[in-house]
Design a binder for this molecule. Structure first.
Ligand code: SF4
Length: 647
């Protein structure tokens, strides 16, 4: 397929669409390489709009890692908005990359990173716009390998028919290994065609190729077994784990967006993995073990990244950033160093028990003092035991008292509704907690100008977590429960006006649940939804529950299963789960025991500080938890001078 730029055909369409700048590329630190000089070419996609996709760290890292290799080229593509899609179809403009506006179909690999399953219809739309057959079985030598990664790839079965391959786990090393396999196969003259290439990828043990696995079902709809249909293909596919984050200081040259995006700051991932053991948290479970970036590594990344971008805010990213063993030193060191430049710092997630006021003061020293967000997740003490969120009400009140006493006026509390064993009473406790927070805030600040916003999301059970067997709460009960909570808060004359209340209705959660724990039969539903116009399902204005339910009813008409079967049904120990052949490193027996502990309201400690409780990850990775403190200083580099010059 010719790789000529489609820009001459795209340009006349730009004045006719919203936010045309998102399609033009040329961002600071973006790269355009010589097409003919590249041996392997990747088109990388984040399957959402530019404003959400551009700041995505995963894509940004892979883009840079790949482009650093002399004979490899990587470009980016994002989901186009419906107004642009319509024009592209009318004028036969295919899905294109924003870097050099090349057609996606011309690349060797079309790599798509999924943080959420609600992007699946956007994958189908991009394939169709690209002119790539939707079903992997229909693709030919002229089509790229469609490869997915990201958290959703830990159960890619619902989109198994549409993808050629999936990578489970960290992508940095994996994309280079895959590149090596493709380069060698092309250099040999593409022996055996597409099938041979996929086979070579599958036998590495680190790339899942769905076509090499057959799924058999029992009469009642459950899976009987998933087995390889080719000799040499492993029974289980292992996840990739980058062990030393300091060896991968990416992004070194973060992309600076042209159009407005959801995050406008440079981000440094300060550690990967989490061992807190919150039972609902898929990200925490599948990214074990904990691997900290060194304090000096963080300092160097911030220094270089700020120079390369000119951003005025640094986000210290991880699943629970305040848990870095040297977070106090990191925050103080950065605030000291960038006082002159007024560089703000932010931690996207703060645990109640890891918060301390010194840290909070360092974080806000050079920037704005905005609200603080804490996530107790469960409203009652009992619920927090079930989910293993070891935060007592006393901890929370003590923490917010410190915050309000030090000048904060806004606290946001995040909870989930629909957790296993939850009752109305557990959720109504959220109101009690919010009232106590306001009362304490008024007491310590001496002011009535105190606010607490309660934000609630619906719980979706995820694969590779102890709750993978749990029944999901149906949308109707979720909505009724949240309405009761809202009524109780609104009716409170003393505190009600000081409590903000935000919640999402339960319907999108059911679709997310269907896609998260679904098997290959769910693919027919996704396709039917896309054919019926489904796009951007993560956006409430585009999401249609009715479309999903109608499509599911049709697609599953001849199957012994339905949406409830996939979502609100509890699974047994002996059921083969659709993702059992994808190995996250977690021992299934351990996950089951942890599920039983949840039902018994028994908590488990964080293995970062306590002895190992045998989840299975470390022995399998032949590693151990990697944490400090190292005793090193953040910035032995240079001290910023008032002139703005380092010495
Ligand atoms: S194997 Fe042990 S130390 Fe490693 S993550 Fe699991 S519980 Fe923690």
């Amino acid at each position: 397929m010719p790789a000529d730029s489609v820009f001459p055909r795209l340009e006349p369409l730009l004045p006719r669409v919203q936010k045309p700048i998102q399609y033009v590329g040329g961002e600071l630190n973006s790269t355009v390489k010589d097409w003919d000089a590249a041996a392997v070419r990747w088109a990388l996609m984040y399957p959402d709009a530019y404003e959400v996709g551009l700041p995505n760290q995963g894509v940004m890292i892979l883009y840079e890692v790949l482009n650093e290799v002399a004979d490899v080229l990587a470009e980016r593509t994002y989901a186009v908005w419906p107004d642009m899609e319509k024009l592209m179809r009318e004028h036969s403009v295919p899905q294109f990359t924003v870097d050099a506006h090349r057609p996606v179909k011309a690349f060797d690999v079309f790599g798509v990173s999924f943080s959420t399953e609600l992007g699946y219809t956007n994958l189908l739309n991009a394939l169709d716009l690209a002119g790539i057959p939707l079903e992997a079985a229909d693709r030919t030598e002229d089509d790229p390998i469609v490869l997915i990664g990201g958290h959703a790839s830990f159960n890619p079965e619902p989109i198994a028919d549409f993808i050629d391959a999936a990578v489970v786990g960290d992508g940095e090393q994996a994309v280079l290994q895959i590149t090596d396999v493709i380069r060698a196969w092309k250099a040999e003259g593409r022996p055996g065609g597409r099938d041979e290439l996929l086979f070579r990828l599958a036998v590495t043990g680190g790339v899942y190729v769905p076509r090499f696995y057959d799924v058999d079902y029992l009469e009642d709809g459950r899976i009987q077994r998933v087995a390889p249909n080719r000799s040499g293909v492993p029974w289980r596919v292992s996840k990739h784990t980058v062990m030393d984050l300091d060896e991968w200081p990416y992004p070194k040259q973060p992309l600076v967006p042209l159009a407005e995006t959801v995050h406008e700051r440079m981000s440094v991932e300060i550690f990967r993995g989490c061992t807190r053991g919150c039972r609902f948290c898929q990200a925490g479970m599948i990214t074990r073990p904990v691997r900290e970036r060194s304090i000096t590594g963080i300092g160097e990344m911030v220094e270089k990244g700020l120079k390369a971008t000119g951003f005025e805010e640094v986000g210290l990213l991880s699943l629970s950033s305040a848990d870095h063993t040297e977070i106090g030193e990191v925050a103080k060191g950065l605030a000291d160093r960038y006082t002159e430049d007024k560089i703000g710092l932010s931690l996207p997630s703060t645990r109640v028990d890891a918060f301390n006021i010194d840290l909070a003061n360092e974080l806000t020293r050079n920037g704005r003092r905005s609200g603080l967000t804490f996530a107790p997740e469960g409203g009652s003490e009992r619920m927090r035991k079930v989910i293993n969120k070891m935060v007592s009400e006393e901890d929370l009140i003590r923490t917010v008292a410190t915050a309000y006493g030090n000048g904060w006026r806004q606290v946001k509390l995040y909870f989930m509704c629909g957790l296993p064993t939850e009752t109305d009473e557990d959720v109504l406790q959220i109101a009690e907690m919010a009232k106590k927070v306001i009362a304490k805030g008024r007491e310590v600040s001496g002011s009535r100008d105190i606010r607490c916003t309660v934000s609630i999301g619906g719980f979706v059970p995820k694969p590779h977590t102890p709750f993978q067997w749990a029944p999901q709460l149906d949308a109707k009960t979720t909505d009724e429960r949240l309405q009761k909570l809202r009524d109780v808060i609104r009716a409170d004359r003393q505190y009600g006006k000081s409590i903000g209340f935000r919640y999402h209705d339960g319907k999108p959660g059911i679709v997310e649940g269907l896609l998260s724990r679904g098997d290959r039969r769910v693919g027919k539903i996704i396709r039917a939804v896309w054919e019926d116009g489904g796009r951007f399902d993560g956006w409430s204005e585009h999401f249609s529950f009715d479309r999903w339910m109608k499509s599911a009813e049709k697609a599953l008409a001849d199957e012994p299963v339905d949406v409830d079967w996939y979502t609100t049904r509890e699974r047994d120990w002996n059921e083969v789960l659709p993702w059992d052949h994808l190995d996250s490193g977690l021992d299934k027996d351990w996950l089951w025991e942890d599920w039983q502990d949840a039902l018994d309201e028994v908590e488990v400690e964080d293995c970062r500080w306590t002895p190992c409780f045998d989840c299975g990850v470390c022995p399998q990775m032949q590693t151990e938890i990697q944490i400090g403190p190292t005793g090193q200083k953040l910035l032995p580099l240079s001290v910023k001078q008032p002139s703005g010059q380092g010495v």
